[in-house]
Design a protein around this ligand. Structure first.
Ligand SMILES: [Zn+2]
Length: 284
């Protein structure tokens, strides 16, 4: 899909499962199970959906990169991580690209299911950067938080994901910024300190907002449907309100990183409950 100067495509780097109760915070299961049916272990299916942006001028931008495939079998089992046929190399190859071609990696934040794919194991079993040519754009505050997280969220920040990134070409972004023409980041702080939303300008048409974990699935569109994982749930509510004030008139595509079925939607948030005006299973 053309968005302004950028060609935008969603990439699916596998699936995983998280506890349904944790995904919907204080929302009772009798309500959320209709939106996201749980398995026998109370886990719901989650996508690892990333965004590929190309501007025809040599920039190949990846926004988030899934969980990767280097974690131990025990870890992968807890989260039912699957990437059969949807590993980074295979998925990029379908678009005629190799990991070396990625010029910019924008990480919304450094939780393992968003940033883990940035590090792989090489042929000798050593940890290595998956996208060695890429400048890695992450908010400075999030980077510092990830290196010294709280006891409540430290399980989401894995040393194997962070140590190798210290050797990457890191761009530590401070606040709102235009990374490239028509490509902006905007930090929000309710889920974790300085997670960045990624916004692509539509020139006279529909823009796009990569919502990361602010609105992880279409089921999380209603303001009070926030995750148990969020460090500051009321801040998340305010940040969703601010997002809807900007793009809740259906003018932009909201991209959902974790929704197994809906990749993107235009949303009318003028009423009490946000309504999906148009939904897409993928951006192609
Ligand atoms: Zn997260």
């Amino acid at each position: 899909m053309r968005i302004g100067a950028w060609e935008a495509r969603t990439l699916d780097f596998g699936r995983f499962r998280l506890d349904g109760g944790a995904m919907f915070g204080v929302v009772p299961r009798t309500l959320w199970e209709k939106e996201a049916p749980p398995d026998a272990l109370n886990r719901i299916a989650m996508a690892l959906r990333c965004l590929l942006l190309q501007n025809g001028q040599g920039r190949v931008v990846l926004v988030d990169c899934g969980a990767g495939d280097k974690d131990s079998p025990a870890f992968r089992d807890i989260f039912a991580l699957e990437d059969e046929g949807s590993g980074v190399v295979e998925v990029l190859a379908r678009h005629g690209l190799k990991p070396h071609d990625v010029t910019d990696l924008v990480l919304s934040h450094l939780h393992f299911d968003h940033a883990g794919g940035a590090v792989r194991r090489d042929a000798s079993g050593q940890l290595a950067l998956t996208f060695p040519q890429a400048t890695v754009h992450v908010q400075k505050v999030q980077w510092e938080w990830a290196l010294a997280p709280s006891v409540r969220d430290r399980a989401s920040y894995l040393k194997d994901n962070l140590e190798p990134l210290k050797g990457a070409r890191l761009h530590l972004v401070e606040g709102e910024a235009e990374l490239l023409p028509g490509l902006r980041v905007r930090p929000v702080h309710g889920h974790t300190p300085s997670m960045q939303l990624v916004e692509v300008d539509g020139l006279g048409g529909h823009g796009l907002v990569y919502c990361a974990d602010l609105v992880p699935t279409a089921a999380h569109l209603p303001l009070p449907w926030v995750m148990g994982y969020d460090l500051h749930p009321l801040t998340v509510v305010e940040e969703k309100e601010a997002l809807y004030r900007r793009v809740g008139d259906g003018s932009a595509w909201l991209l959902f990183e974790h929704d197994p079925a809906v990749a993107a939607a235009r949303v009318d948030a003028s009423g009490r409950k946000p309504l999906v005006v148009e939904a897409l299973a993928a951006l192609e």
